[in-house]
Design a protein around this ligand. Structure first.
Ligand SMILES: [Zn+2]
Length: 239
């Protein structure tokens, strides 16, 4: 399935829908429907769209994570407008996602560029950068909802395969042999809710063994590769 998305021309996503029965389309506010002008009836006008911060339940689904990131282009059907996403651009119809002073573009779930094989190939010798990139992917993915918890590895296997081909690295339980120490150095805050998955789905040293509400943190590579891993006091995951 990952190959289908990776080799697509464009993926159309019902991103405003939280289930398969909700479809792509919403009812538009009448003022946003084009109407003929009195002087030039063949010219239609409408009030410009105002930007709404998009609520996109589809992007909270675990399987959608790699489907979106592997697709070269995605057209999101949001509640009020369409959103275009490709390797170079993220834009909505009203262009408000670009102009948002609060940096909505920055809070968009993980940019597609960070999942491009060319990006990984160019960074594979920069272990600090590429480790940070894999951990960013892991942090985004680990909070998402999977109907079947044991899909945790299948639902990210397409990204892992692509990452492995680009870097030549060895994959193991959501981690990479070449950066194993920082991959093992994950922790969560004591206040954060988490549950060890039952039935078993991953070895306990892997982030994938836990169902997170907040994403896990990773000790920075430069710290983790020192002989003693420097965990913040009291923030280890107790068994
Ligand atoms: Zn907009």
């Amino acid at each position: 399935m990952a190959n289908i998305y990776a080799n697509s021309t464009i993926t159309i996503a019902a991103s405003a829908s939280s289930g398969p029965s909700e479809g792509l389309f919403r009812v538009a506010d009448p003022k946003h429907i084009g109407r003929p002008t009195s002087s030039f009836p063949h010219i239609h006008t409408r009030y410009p769209l105002g930007h709404h911060s998009p609520d996109l339940p589809l992007l909270g689904r675990g399987w959608v994570f790699q489907e979106r990131l592997l697709s070269p282009r995605v057209l999101h059907f949001a509640e009020h407008e369409l959103i275009w996403e490709c390797m170079e651009s993220l834009d909505c119809e009203c262009l408000g996602i670009e102009d948002d002073p609060d940096g909505e573009k920055n809070s968009w779930p993980i940019p597609k560029q960070s999942c491009h094989p060319g990006t990984w190939r160019s960074l594979k010798d920069d272990h600090v950068e590429i480790t940070a990139m894999w951990h960013m992917l892991t942090r985004s993915y680990s909070k998402l909802v999977l109907s079947k918890p044991d899909d945790i590895f299948p639902a990210i296997s397409g990204i892992a395969k692509s990452f492995g081909e680009a870097t030549g690295w060895n994959y193991f339980a959501g981690m990479w042999k070449q950066i194993m120490i920082p991959c093992l150095s994950w922790y969560i805050s004591p206040q954060s809710s988490r549950t060890r998955c039952v039935p078993w789905r991953a070895p306990t040293f892997s982030w994938a063994s836990v169902q997170f509400v907040e994403a896990p943190n990773f000790v920075h590579l430069k710290k983790a590769t020192e002989f003693g891993v420097d965990y913040p006091e009291g923030e280890r995951l107790d068994e």
